[in-house]
Design a binder for this molecule. Structure first.
Ligand SMILES: O=C(O)CCC(=O)C(=O)O
Ligand SMILES: [Fe+2]
Length: 202
């Protein structure tokens, strides 16, 4: 019954720019989503990255893992290790997401937010290897968290989507070039959340 609480703050801010963000709730059955999430949390080879920020070494406030086709070039300086190879669970999700997105993906980044103090800071996924207008398919299981976007040229232009258990968010068009996004920390009690962003790396 606990899963019910995942849904209670669903919603999105008015005027969300749907040409860059398409939100599809309930793409995954609630029970299947919970089972997949438990397996991912237990069985993924999680890593926690250390990044340099203003001369300081900062540990990223979440756990991550990268999976890709074996021949995919390791494009990012942040991902120096070889990718993990697709698991059956990841392929189940990939096969559901691809026809909806209309894209065949060759990699996925998993992020595990253990509680409300885990987060991802404002950024855009605009690495060259993702191309100019990438479609990125973002699948969420677990705790509802707010996905915020802000216009890069006008930070006061902001929108928010509450990403629910079993939902799919398509990021597309100019999202990565014109907008930043984040998952903010929360001081409220938060259960674990798992997010998978399927990408095409060229
Ligand atoms: O957790 C999310 O919903 C977003 C993750 C993200 O932005 C990223 O991995 O680049
Ligand atoms: Fe991102």
């Amino acid at each position: 019954m606990e899963q019910l609480s995942f849904f209670k703050d669903a919603g999105q801010s008015a005027g969300l720019p749907t040409e860059v963000l398409e939100y599809l709730p309930n793409v995954f059955d609630e029970e299947l989503g919970s089972q997949l999430m438990e397996r991912f949390i237990a069985e993924t080879p999680w890593t926690q990255k250390v990044v340099s920020m203003y001369d300081k070494q900062v540990i990223t406030p979440r756990l991550s893992a990268w999976y890709a086709d074996a021949n995919t070039y390791d494009y990012s300086s942040l991902r120096k290790s070889a990718p993990n190879i697709w698991t059956p669970e990841l392929l189940i999700i990939k096969n559901i997401v691809e026809p909806i997105a209309g894209v065949m993906f060759n990699s996925v980044l998993l992020n595990y937010y253990r509680d409300g103090s885990d987060s991802v800071a404002w950024h855009s996924d605009n690495e060259k290897a993702l191309g100019t207008h990438p479609t990125i398919a973002s699948v969420t299981f677990g705790q509802v968290r707010a996905f915020d976007i802000r216009n890069k040229l006008n930070h006061s232009e902001k929108y928010s989507v509450k990403l629910e258990h079993g939902s799919l968010l398509l990021m597309k068009g100019n999202l990565q070039s014109n907008w930043d996004h984040r998952i903010a920390k929360s001081t409220k009690a938060m259960k674990p959340r798992l997010n998978l962003t399927f990408r095409v790396v060229v």
